[in-house]
Design a protein around this ligand. Structure first.
Ligand code: GLN
Length: 258
């Protein structure tokens, strides 16, 4: 009998471990996973092992309001939307511009920031305004962009649509690589969001941002189309964080002049 009880105990404890383990997967409900590309200062970047930046802090505040733990996945910008669509990540937050094309794949939260596409050149470049880019391209110069970003989409578009044609664009994995290509004269200019542009120019001598802005855009959080509850929760959290001044405070911390 004693032996039987012992065996029963073993069976019961195994069953408990198994059921705890299956609880583990539903404990995903306690986690908010954010896919980002942490090479986009001041919105997201890494300091050692730590994620920093405006998006990281806003996401942390949202997760707190939702009673969840924030988990960040650092992936290529171009794989964020697919990952959100497939449910691999709960949300994509990466200084991501709202576009009609992206709206076909994901839903966007309300806007929490504005971005500007800017042009970085080497000081003394012949490209002195956006209008000079087409001349540069005709003379064989290339435009550097971060792959799959709006800078890439605009620059790679056809001339009739206001772009410069795919053949005149070189795509890099991240903004830092595009800027290094400019430093080493592989490209004649880089089209990228203004705040990262400022960070890259500050970190590399002999570069400047053209005064003329390329275009103004809205940043928002990407959420899967079938995840309406999360969209509602995130919009509610964003609204509260806007109203109580948290978002302004976070932005001011990273972009003091604003
Ligand atoms: N705002 C740009 C876009 O959405 C760039 C974003 C990024 O490089 N992280 O395409």
């Amino acid at each position: 009998m004693k032996k039987f009880i012992k065996i029963l105990c073993v069976i019961m404890s195994v069953a408990m471990v198994v059921s705890l383990a299956s609880c583990g997967s539903s404990s995903d409900d306690d986690t908010l996973t954010m896919a980002t590309n942490a090479n986009f200062p001041p919105y997201e970047y890494k300091e050692g092992e730590n994620f920093k930046g405006i998006d990281v802090e806003i996401a942390t505040a949202i997760a707190e309001k939702l009673g969840k733990k924030l988990e960040i996945a650092d992936v290529e910008f171009g794989s964020i939307i697919g990952g959100v669509q497939s449910g691999k990540y709960d949300m994509g937050m990466a200084g991501m511009t709202v576009t009609d094309e992206r709206k076909k794949s994901v839903n966007f939260s309300t806007t929490y920031a504005t971005g500007i596409q800017s042009v970085i050149v080497k000081s003394g470049s012949k490209v002195k305004s956006v209008d000079d880019i087409s001349t540069m391209v005709k003379e064989g110069g290339k435009i550097g962009v971060q792959q799959d970003t709006t800078g890439d989409i605009y620059a790679s578009d056809t001339e009739e649509n206001g772009g410069y044609g795919e053949n005149n664009v070189i795509r890099y994995k991240n903004g830092a690589d595009a800027v290094q290509a400019l430093v080493s004269d592989k490209v004649g200019c880089v089209i990228i969001d203004n705040e990262p542009a400022k960070s890259f120019v500050a970190a590399n001598k002999g570069l400047e941002i053209l005064q003329t802005e390329f275009t103004v855009e809205d940043y928002a959080i990407a959420i899967a189309k079938d995840n309406d509850d999360l969209l509602k929760d995130i919009n509610k959290a964003l609204d509260e964080l806007k109203k109580d001044g948290t978002i302004d405070k976070i932005v001011d911390k990273y972009i003091p002049s604003k």
